[in-house]
Design a protein around this ligand. Structure first.
Ligand code: SF4
Length: 358
């Protein structure tokens, strides 16, 4: 059976080469080709002897997940739908900005946590992704971005946010393995402060992540300022309580003295009122943190509306008047199916529909 070398960390690759009777430095060479140069064919690996390249091609492969669809927004955002071997699909997003480029990646096909405002949660859960499926999203987007947007690209640093489909800490091993490769200077070389993992706060896994030698930035999906409302929006509140999640997040060693981000999706007349903003101030007062407000990107399947501009401004004002650092996420890619899970849902329903109806 052919082994996919893409997705292996350096120690696993070294063991693989040892089994082939090759020295460790060969593994290091291939590791750089796989992740720093993102070569997809063994015959492109110029400093590897021809005979070894041929042998690698016979016994192994370099496989990324297959792109099933791309949607280009007029603002430059590109939304990717990847089709996996078992028919599951996942999404990633490329977001170019003046001074940086961001890739948002998925760690699960679907999500079991069923947050009420999230299309991915509504669509249900299929499975955890493997390391190669997580890394393949980044490799694909970086490679295509260089092709579609070659001008000035090298000056803009890459950011990776683990905020796509799924709860990354429910897929701990594959996610953390992918993070190690992303942050390794000999591989993707994303600096830890430019890599952010977003979680609802799976506490045992969060405690484990704190002990990893290299860690990404942390964003907590909060979305409500009190347990009762959070329980309505996010069933996980039953298991991992708001105050415990905040207490753990505040102990998290953020790279280079940064702050924990609390993400708060604003839902019209649900959690976007001044009283909610004041509760949020009380909850976060004294913490070293910042709040990222995300006005809902509405979709027909989501039973909530987008907040009014006035509500967003009032909410932001209450936070900043109380000296809580706050930013509002700018909507991106609104002319494409930009809400997380939307492209996947559209494809899934098209596939379920009778052929004549397409
Ligand atoms: S918001 Fe995140 S954790 Fe909640 S259902 Fe969606 S993907 Fe899962």
């Amino acid at each position: 059976m052919s082994t996919n070398l893409f997705g292996l960390e350096l120690d696993a690759l070294t063991a693989h080469f040892k089994a082939l009777g090759e020295p460790p430095y060969r593994a290091r060479q291939i590791y750089a080709w796989l992740y720093a140069k993102r070569a997809r064919r063994f015959d492109a690996m110029a400093n590897v002897p021809k005979a070894l390249r041929a042998r690698l091609a016979e016994t192994g492969e370099v496989r990324w997940p297959e792109v099933a669809d791309r949607q280009h927004s007029t603002d430059g955002t590109v939304k990717y739908l990847f089709r996996l071997d078992d028919g599951a699909s996942i999404e990633s997003v490329y977001i170019p900005e003046a001074r940086r480029r961001t890739i948002c990646i998925s760690t699960q096909a679907g999500c079991p946590l069923k947050c009420a405002f999230c299309l991915t949660g509504i669509a249900g859960y299929k499975r955890n992704l493997k390391t190669w499926e997580i890394l393949g999203q980044v490799a694909t987007v970086m490679t295509e971005a260089a092709e579609i947007d070659p001008d000035g690209s090298p000056e803009r640093a890459w950011n990776v946010v683990v905020m796509g489909m799924g709860e990354p800490l429910l897929n701990y091993d594959a996610t953390v393995s992918a993070l190690r490769v992303l942050m390794d200077p000999e591989a993707f070389a994303i600096t830890p402060k430019r890599l952010t993992l977003s979680t609802v706060g799976i506490l045992p896994a969060l405690e484990k992540l704190m002990l990893e030698p290299v860690r990404p930035n942390l964003a907590i999906s909060l979305h409500a300022p009190n347990p009762a409302l959070r329980r309505e929006l996010m069933p996980i509140e039953e298991k991992y309580r708001l105050e415990d999640v905040i207490a753990a997040a505040q102990r998290y060693p953020i790279p280079r003295g940064g702050r924990v981000t609390y993400e708060y999706v604003l839902l019209r007349d649900t959690n976007d009122r001044p009283q909610h903003a004041r509760e949020l101030v009380r909850l976060l007062r004294g913490t070293h943190s910042k709040v990222n407000l995300i006005p809902l990107n509405p979709a027909a399947e989501i039973p909530f509306g987008a907040p009014s501009r006035a509500a967003v401004e009032a909410f932001t004002g209450i936070l900043s008047d109380a000296d809580v650092a706050v930013s509002v996420r700018r909507p991106r890619g609104q002319d494409i199916l930009a809400a997380c899970g939307q492209l996947h849902l559209k494809k899934a329903s098209a596939e379920r529909a009778p052929v004549a109806a397409r």
